[in-house]
Design a protein around this ligand. Structure first.
Ligand code: SF4
Length: 392
């Protein structure tokens, strides 16, 4: 395994803004932006160079053209309705050592907890009562389950949350065995989330140390085989190029990710990348907007976990249609990238979110509408799976 200092110097070399140079800088960019947006919104595929061009925009008025097109696409497909996700990070123990993550196993600065089943259920019920449309139950690859291989307790816990809340559920437990995903499916879990963060294999290897790229990608297809929905996620600001992102969109399309997420890298205390210099969240916003255009009928989160409640408006204006990382205050629960930001102040709540939706001319969709979207989307996999079974 490479030493931390070799990895840090590798990331420092990668974080070179010149990689984001625009190949069309001598041309009239505004006209070019309009032409590409026209092409995409008329249903034609943008090529990698065009996507690269959109992701490299720096001029505010050109960026606003892109965001406006993204908002229009959201309006066409989802009206003014936004879905709200409650986040329950119930175990911060992890056997892995991802270089970007605060909860990597060797980080002494990280706070560790494993909530009891009673605490998880209580928090989930509170979130459900507060008006969220879905509960995202997340943990690191907790050795308590992964070392013993005893996931029954976990599946039972998830089943209890389902029974008590009757809400759609997403589970983000890391790379669990397929039999466990089947267990989740059987107790009514709707979503399986498992992020690559990048589809550049070299970058993946440096970020998700000692993890298997292919296995991680393939498991999302397994969730689809069970009739579940799958979320894929990207991390930006870790040295990826615009070309890497364009390729990621192709992979997301190929695996038919039902929800596509992007978050900006935040350097984490106690990790080798703690002192890496990062930029603004602009790249994340550009990716949200481009994904909205490329995947008009998918769910795209505005995560409260990067810039807190203060960053929500920008993400909605870029075309996101889900607010994620709503966390109840004073329950001792953590976020992922921003482990405490705005949580105990009550900023990351449904009540804190709604005024911002209204400011943007948007409104919460409500449970019924979200459940309908999920059930409709699941039908495509259930129909496909039964067709495949008949043909076999
Ligand atoms: S990103 Fe997930 S798998 Fe990696 S160290 Fe953090 S919690 Fe563990």
């Amino acid at each position: 395994m490479e030493s931390d200092s070799i990895l840090v110097s590798w990331f420092n070399k990668l974080l070179n803004p010149s990689k984001w140079g625009n190949h069309l800088e001598d041309r009239d960019k505004r006209v070019e932006v309009e032409a590409i947006l026209e092409k995409i919104t008329s249903g034609l595929m943008a090529d990698r160079q065009e996507i690269n061009f959109l992701l490299s925009l720096t001029n505010q008025s050109e960026i606003e053209l892109l965001f406006k097109a993204a908002r229009k696409s959201r309006e066409t497909n989802f009206g003014d309705e936004i879905f709200l996700y409650g986040f329950v990070y119930f175990s911060t123990y992890c056997r892995n050592n991802c270089i970007f993550c605060f909860y990597r196993s060797c980080n002494q600065a990280s706070s560790r907890y494993r909530k009891t089943p009673a605490q998880v259920i209580e928090t989930s019920v509170k979130l459900a009562d507060s008006g969220v449309d879905l509960l995202d139950l997340t943990m690191g690859e907790d050795p308590y389950y992964f070392n013993s291989g005893n996931f029954e307790e976990l599946v039972d816990l998830v089943a209890s949350v389902k029974e008590k809340t009757v809400l759609p559920l997403m589970i983000s437990p890391g790379l669990v065995p397929t039999s466990v995903i089947q267990g989740f499916s059987e107790v009514g879990v709707d979503w399986y989330a498992c992020y690559q963060e990048t589809h550049n294999r070299e970058l993946f290897t440096k970020m998700r140390l000692n993890q298997d790229y292919d296995q991680r990608l393939k498991v999302k297809g397994y969730a689809h085989q069970l009739g579940m929905l799958a979320e894929e996620g990207l991390l930006v600001g870790v040295g990826e190029t615009a070309g890497d992102l364009a390729y990621s969109f192709e992979v997301m399309d190929k695996i038919a990710a039902d929800q596509v997420r992007v978050m900006s890298f935040i350097p984490q205390k106690g990790t080798p990348l703690e002192n890496i210099q990062t930029g603004s969240s602009l790249r994340e916003l550009l990716v949200i907007a481009v994904m909205r255009l490329l995947f008009p009928d998918r769910l795209i989160p505005a995560s409260l976990d990067v810039d807190g409640i203060g960053g929500l408006k920008d993400r909605l204006n870029a075309g996101a249609n889900v607010v994620t990382s709503i966390i109840p205050p004073e329950e001792g629960l953590m976020g992922v990238s921003q482990s405490t930001l705005d949580i105990d102040e009550g900023g990351r709540t449904v009540a804190g979110t709604i005024p911002i939706l209204h400011d943007c001319g948007l409104q919460p969709a409500g449970k019924g509408n979200y459940s309908r979207w999920v059930e409709n989307r699941k039908k495509r996999y259930i129909t496909r799976n039964s067709k495949q079974e008949q043909e076999a």
